[in-house]
Design a protein around this ligand. Sequence first.
Ligand SMILES: C[S@@+](CC[C@H](N)C(=O)[O-])C[C@H]1O[C@@H](n2cnc3c(N)ncnc32)[C@H](O)[C@@H]1O
Length: 217
Amino acid sequence: MSNIAHDYIEDYIRGLIKKPEGYLGEILDYAIKNDVPIIHPEVAQYLRVLIKSHNVKKILEVGTAIGYSSSVMAEAAGADCSITTIERDDNMYSLAVENIKKQGLEKRINIIKGDAMEVLEKIEGEYDLIFLDAAKGHYDHFLPLCLKHLKINGLLISDNVLFRGMIASNELLIRRKITIVKRMRKYLEHISNMSELETVVLPIGDGIAMSTKIMEV
Ligand SMILES: C[S@@+](CC[C@H](N)C(=O)[O-])C[C@H]1O[C@@H](n2cnc3c(N)ncnc32)[C@H](O)[C@@H]1O
């Protein structure tokens, strides 16, 4: 239960989405079995639709984990796409490298090992889409660096922004998560009020925010 949508709605929507086949399906099974936090099926499907409808080719991801979402995006964006994804955890990074290689996606996906704050400072270039899916309490810190790398009319997708319902309702709040919740609320207010962005929060998965950059920051 995500506490974002009613279970019956979530189950129904998920029932409409095809389960990934082949090795991508194996990565998904591994993630579920080993509690690796990956994107929810409806978020994966949403990314596929966005990427295909906007002809997205250049993608930056913050938070690779074992390479599931980057593989989903690489499949959707096609052979001529280029994805840069950042992961700081040694174990996750190694698994992601192996998973990307086993799917033959190494030409499309470049995994950079390191802390996103440092890597985002160093990398160059502008991206069509940035997928922010790392430490939830630090989205506001990542934001200026992400926006620097986002082209005008590009998309910033921030995942887990409704965090199991806790962001919208104090009744669901778990005390030890209060710092993350406060920071996420601040982040959502920030991206919703920036004149350089147009933002919508969508109650799918664990909640996503979709922003487009309408002018230079
Ligand atoms: C939710 S998981 C990413 C899931 C992945 N996007 C997917 O759906 O397949 C978040 C990942 O971000 C990584 N992470 C958290 N903070 C980070 C940081 N500051 N720099 C780089 N990676 C970070 C964590 O180690 C974790 O593997």
